[in-house]
Design a protein. Structure first.
Length: 232
């Protein structure tokens, strides 16, 4: 089921969106402020975000920036701000579409469907990733020696379920800094968001298996004090 995170401080609008989206068989998660939205996004990773800009604790563009630090999921801004500068700011921050209030529910649903189709198409086109001497097939969950790899590289590499979970978060966000907390919450759950030793262990295992020089990694990068990055 497709999960939609709806962020708005108007209770009546949240209720209306929850009812309409649920009726169309979407799973709906709601937040009334930016802090809650970012927390829920980390714990219940959405497939799309519908976001108001005028939130009580922070501007919606800050929420967009927080999400874009680790995920490419579509973000549709739903706002009463009609000034073109606000639209430009939101789109520059990383939003994918902008709908002004008041709005037609049918149009909103059509925009959501269009963004999801585009996102799914982009993901389908990015099912293989090269790391070191290997090619990862994200759909088949396989790691095979690349055609140009040296003969001494193993034909296949086995990754555990947890190693795949950690690796997939990074490779689906190429070049982006992903915080350790985000990875911990997505893979192990919110109760583990301070267990940084887990990540050190699993990143070391992944480098041993995939990087040509594990002690000098070139693609699975640690950014001290900030997080991790996959460098294509």
């Amino acid at each position: 089921m497709i999960r939609v995170l709806v962020v708005d401080d108007e209770p009546q609008l949240l209720r209306a969106l929850r009812i309409n989206l649920s009726a169309r068989r979407y799973e709906v998660v709601v937040a009334a402020d930016g802090t809650t939205a970012l927390d829920l996004a980390a714990r219940h990773v959405p497939d799309i975000v519908v976001l108001d800009l005028g939130l009580p604790d922070m501007d919606g563009t800050d929420v967009i920036a927080g999400l874009r630090g680790w995920t490419k999921v579509p973000i549709l801004v739903l706002s009463g701000r009609t000034d073109s500068a606000d639209k430009v700011d939101a789109l520059d921050a990383g939003a994918d579409d902008y709908v002004t209030k008041p709005f037609s529910m049918d149009e909103l649903m059509a925009r959501i469907r269009a963004l999801l189709r585009r996102y799914e198409a982009d993901n389908a086109a990015q099912q293989t990733v090269d790391i070191g001497h290997y090619t990862l097939d994200l759909a088949a969950k396989t790691v095979r020696r690349a055609s140009a790899a040296p003969d001494e590289a193993p034909e296949q590499v086995h990754l555990t379920k947890t190693e795949w979970a950690v690796l997939e978060i990074l490779v689906r966000n190429p070049g982006r800094l992903v915080s350790g907390k985000q990875i911990l919450q997505q893979v192990w759950g919110p109760a583990y968001d301070s267990q940084t030793n887990y990540l050190r262990f699993y990143l070391a295992k992944l480098r041993q298996k995939l990087e040509p020089e594990p002690s000098h990694p070139r693609q699975l990068i640690t950014e001290p004090g900030m997080g991790y990055r996959f460098q294509p």
